[in-house]
Design a protein around this ligand. Structure first.
Ligand code: FCB
Length: 478
């Protein structure tokens, strides 16, 4: 049904006239449809990836070891559920040209990707690896050639192992190391990249890497978590200032993992557990940066972070970002459990709540609306982008086709909620699907497939899934 037909039918319905059954069904189906133009012509559309998850070439052309190389190789790979690693991943290092051409064929206007710190500074600081710099220059140039705007994340979790050997994010010296790294990024690529993000999801890599040990560098402990938290939070401003100063006309942001939080009951303990979970999952990394301090009132355990604060930190931690990236997949339903450290809460098993994805994350489209509203309430935030959203489902490649209807439905339903927030005045100006193609999903290995493009990891053969075809048709409408 064309837009005109749809409008005509809507007008007929408005007069109260009866419609033939078939037309009515078509009308209802079409009215469910979401269109690119609903979001306005300046809305940014893209897909997202990260260096370690796609590049491979882990030790090629002078690249240094990262904490993810080290972690996945440790104990014969036993740190990863499937015992796999990112040594080859999607081999994007050698196949970037074809991949970026595919993005163009799919009408994707923007590509979010990250730089591997140890590819350009193998030891973390000091010696520059020119071949690494040249690789990213080629990628950026290819994006421009195909009419795709590069959106670059400085840090998507792959710290150089040489720096981890000195304590990584638990060592306050990292403020200087990070400044050196981000300066090199800005000087090398700042002429041709204007969209920058300092961090990808601090809670995910500090919580995963320095608290529960599930992600690299695999540390389990509270002290390491509190220390790393403070240094990462401080580094927002370190990176942000460098990019502001060195990138002419730069648009500088950073991204957060966000989850709407519900309480399992109205019982006071469960309600408090939900409040603590919100402070922990959504607020503790952004509020100090916005000048509000750590939310210690709602999460008393954060007093431990304050031990690592020095004079002037409260002032220097603040940075005025041009935009904030929201990344949402699911929601959290909290239930009180006193013995759980920091949080005194557990997450109600998602399977009890409704449909789940391959990650065992609840499908909860309204969640993206709720986090957008929640973040829009911070008056300091100027603009929001959804810098990641997507889902892993058990895809099957048959006759060169992946009929992933669940993913297409997921994307449509989440997008409707983005639009709802936008129509209610939330300043959300873009949306990136995670991910362009199937890739290495951290501790889960290659099993969860998040891509719009299917990747056969044995042959590196790419096949656009039906969800990818849907997205490219959606994007074709100008
Ligand atoms: C996010 C990460 C991204 C990817 C998705 C599924 O937390 O930023 O790298 O793994 O989850």
């Amino acid at each position: 049904m064309t837009r005109e037909e749809w409008l005509k039918t809507a007008a007929v319905i408005a007069t109260g006239a009866a419609l033939p059954k078939g037309v009515l069904a078509q009308f209802l189906a079409a009215s469910d449809e979401i269109k690119r133009s609903d979001f306005g012509k300046d809305f940014v559309w893209g897909t997202a990836t990260a260096s370690y998850q796609i590049e491979g070439a882990w030790n090629e052309d002078g690249k240094g070891e990262s904490i993810w190389d080290n972690f996945t190789h440790r104990k014969g790979g036993r740190k990863i559920k499937t015992r796999e690693n990112g040594d080859t991943a999607c081999d994007f290092y050698h196949r970037y040209e074809g991949d970026i051409e595919m993005m163009r064929k799919m009408n994707i206007p923007a590509s979010r990707f990250s730089i591997s710190w140890s590819r350009i500074l193998p030891d973390g600081t000091g010696r520059v690896n020119q071949k690494g710099i040249d690789f990213y220059k080629r990628v950026i140039e290819k994006c421009h050639k195909e009419g795709i705007e590069p959106w670059v994340t400085c840090y998507h979790w792959d710290l150089p192992q040489a720096l981890q050997n000195k304590g990584g994010w638990t060592n306050r010296d990292i403020l200087g190391w990070f400044e050196e790294y981000v300066s090199l990024c800005a000087k090398s690529f700042g002429d041709s990249v204007k969209k920058w993000m300092v961090f990808n999801e601090p809670m995910a890599f500090v919580g995963g890497g320095y608290l529960i040990g599930l992600h690299a560098p695999g540390i389990f402990g509270f002290k390491s978590f509190y220390k790393a938290t403070h240094h990462v939070t401080m580094s927002h401003a370190v990176g942000g200032k460098v990019l502001k100063n060195l990138v002419k006309d730069g648009d500088i942001g950073t991204t957060y993992s966000c989850s709407p939080i519900d309480s399992v009951s109205h019982n006071a303990l469960d309600m408090r557990a939900a409040k603590q979970a919100d402070a922990f999952l959504n607020r503790m990394y952004i509020e100090p940066v916005l000048g509000m301090g750590y939310p210690t009132k709602d999460l008393p355990a954060l007093r431990h972070v304050e031990k690592y604060m020095k004079a002037d930190d409260e002032k220097n931690i603040v940075f005025d970002f041009d935009f904030i990236g929201i990344q949402n997949y699911t929601r959290t339903v909290a239930q009180y459990l006193g013995i759980v450290p920091i949080l005194n809460a557990i997450n109600v098993p998602p399977k009890k709540l409704g449909q789940v994805t391959e990650m065992n994350w609840e499908v909860y489209p309204e969640g993206i609306y709720r986090v957008l509203k929640q973040f829009a309430d911070y008056k300091q935030i100027k603009r929001l982008y959804v810098t990641e959203n997507g889902a892993a489902f058990p895809d099957v490649l048959e006759n060169n086709t992946v009929n992933d209807t669940q993913r297409t439905q997921f994307l449509k339903d989440y997008l409707k909620n983005v639009l709802k927030a936008k129509n209610e005045g939330v300043n959300v100006e873009g949306y990136f699907v995670w991910s362009f193609m199937d890739n290495f999903e951290w501790a889960e290995g290659y099993k969860p497939r998040f891509g719009l493009v299917y990747n056969d990891f044995k042959t590196q053969q790419r096949t656009i899934k039906n969800s990818g075809k849907w997205y490219s048709n959606f994007l074709a409408e100008k």
